[in-house]
Write a protein that binds this ligand. Structure first.
Ligand code: FCB
Length: 457
């Protein structure tokens, strides 16, 4: 069977991580601009002020994606570039940039997939309470409408939000990400509820303004795979995947159930229901908008086994377990476990529960990438990583999971949030001093996978 005909092979990126041009053409400030100015927040003291200068070099980047024969490109629109104050006056020049980008993509035969919000929250709205403000869902929907009206004649595929788990969980609970202020659980639960309301209203705005829109969202969560193929362990992994625990932001169903099923999990209500806004039951109808696909960013997972009593236990990782690398010695950066099984079991469990075509909206790894003496970038570890993960994904497709697409994170190396430029996730190397791009071996390898629709794996 393999990947279906028309499978979407693409790459992903996010505005603040690649665009640069932070002070150009009327762009407003985002929480990330302000966060990067605070000493100690970013590992290497950097910011996204310039990043990959994609704002000016988008044509070159589109040309490379065309050379690599990408079918699709998932990018995000910077809310404060379009609405410098978060709402109100539209910055036409900001929208013009996305016009140019979309036109270039379409000319290159690359289908645009636009994410409305990938973390660069308008600072002006942060000062009005951000997602804690009961008006915040409407602010997001109004912004969605502006984007839909301008790009919706050419962009048909949308993701509303990227990883609410992160932009609430590690931004307002733990504080590694902007704005990096810790709030108590009753506030973060309220924020997340508003985020989901924003999602629902934005879907309505997109449907109302874009003919034939295809819409999803792109959460991330812990994925789990079974220790063995015994029915008990498989059931344990499924339980772990959908359970509610104290770390509620990382529990898949805290967000995906309301969005996809229109309900909070019973256990969530028992544990956290008292913190939800009074209107929560009524709001579920708005939150639960029909979606066309289910996107999820999946990088790794944990192993679960039956506890012998109908429950599950998490199996600790073995000493010296395989993990991805980081660029330099600034700390334990994106050293993430290599667990290809998650790209089989993740989509399988998600498809069982939500019944929508599954899109892997992000997957990839940070490697120790350098330009070698021969002028090339050799990244065998990334090729091996992708080979293993994509084989697992193909196995899911073979077993009847409707897998619609795969977006590699990332297209070019970029500003990796709090880790600055110390991580390299791209298929394309970026020299941040000269802005030179070099296609890595993995980029050419990915082109072969695209050409063969994954049959060569
Ligand atoms: C994801 C983010 C993306 C990038 C990758 C490495 O959590 O969505 O912006 O940082 O991790």
């Amino acid at each position: 069977m393999g990947f279906k005909k028309g499978f979407i092979w693409g790459g992903a990126s996010a505005s603040y991580q690649i665009e640069g041009a932070a002070y150009e053409d009327g762009r407003g400030m985002s929480v990330w601009d302000m966060f990067c100015k605070q000493p100690g927040r970013i590992t290497d003291g950097s910011s996204g002020d310039v990043a990959c200068d994609h704002y000016h070099r988008y044509q070159e980047d589109v040309d490379i994606m065309r050379e690599l024969e990408f079918k699709a490109y998932r990018f995000s629109v910077a809310w404060p570039r379009v609405l410098p104050e978060g709402g109100g006056k539209i910055n036409e020049k900001g929208l013009d940039f996305y016009d140019r980008l979309v036109d270039a993509l379409l000319k290159a035969n690359i289908t645009p997939y636009a994410t409305l919000f990938h973390w660069d929250y308008p600072y002006a709205l942060f000062r009005r309470g951000a997602w804690l403000n009961p008006d915040s869902p409407k602010w997001f929907a109004d912004y969605a409408e502006v984007v839909a009206k301008r790009l919706g004649d050419r962009v048909k595929n949308f993701f509303t939000l990227n990883e609410p788990q992160c932009f609430i969980g590690i931004s307002y609970d733990s504080t590694e990400h902007a704005p990096g202020i810790s709030f108590p659980v009753w506030d973060t639960i309220t924020m997340m509820h508003h985020v989901m309301m924003g999602h629902g209203l934005a879907v309505k705005a997109l449907r109302g303004n874009v003919k034939d829109a295809q819409i999803g969202f792109a959460p991330c969560n812990g994925t789990f795979y079974p220790a063995t193929n015994s029915p008990g362990d498989i059931d344990a992994a499924r339980q772990a995947c959908f359970d509610t625990t104290e770390s509620w932001t990382w529990c898949l169903t805290s967000v995906s159930d309301p969005v996809m099923l229109g309900t909070y999990p019973e256990k969530f209500i028992k544990m956290f229901g008292k913190y939800l806004p009074a209107s929560w039951e009524k709001d579920l109808e708005t939150i639960h908008q029909p979606l066309d696909f289910y996107g999820q960013n999946i990088y790794n997972g944990s192993c679960a086994a039956s506890d012998g009593n109908g429950g599950y236990k998490i199996i600790p990782r073995a000493p010296g377990y395989a993990c991805t690398n980081a660029v330099n010695g600034l700390g334990n950066l994106s050293k993430w476990p290599v667990t290809p099984e998650c790209l089989y079991w993740g989509p399988k469990f998600l498809y069982e529960r939500y019944g929508k075509p599954i899109y892997i909206t992000e997957n990839g790894c940070s490697c120790h990438d350098v330009i070698s003496l021969d002028g090339k970038v050799h990244d065998p570890n990334r090729i091996d990583f992708l080979n293993r993960y994509l084989l697992a994904l193909r196995r899911a497709a073979d077993d009847g999971v409707d897998v619609g697409g795969y977006f590699h994170w990332c297209v070019t190396d970029n500003f990796e949030w709090a880790k600055g430029y110390t991580d390299r996730f791209g298929l394309i190397y970026c020299d941040f001093t000269t802005q030179q791009r070099v296609i890595k071996d993995s980029g050419y390898w990915y082109r072969e996978v695209i050409r063969a629709n994954g049959e060569n794996l």
